[in-house]
Design a protein. Structure first.
Length: 75
């Protein structure tokens, strides 16, 4: 199972599935109409999991280093 997350801006990500770390297998840039990168679509590999809770946490690389968390419940 794979899932994708749209990340607007630049951040350092941590992804987990049922509390276990999972890896980002691909990241595609998202650009505005001028071709400037404004974010990324990140693809995570959750192979081996049939259901559970996915969490992606991203902390901005810019001050004040805000953190956003997305949760997804898969049944």
């Amino acid at each position: 199972m794979y899932f994708e997350v749209l990340e607007l801006g630049y951040g350092n990500d941590i992804a987990k599935m049922n509390g276990s770390a999972i890896t980002c297998v691909m990241s595609n840039p998202v650009t505005d109409s001028s071709g400037i990168v404004v974010g990324f679509i990140n693809y995570y590999d959750a192979s081996g999991f049939l259901n559970g809770s996915a969490e992606v946490k991203s902390t901005s690389i810019n001050y004040p280093y805000n953190t956003e968390v997305d949760l997804l419940s898969i049944k």
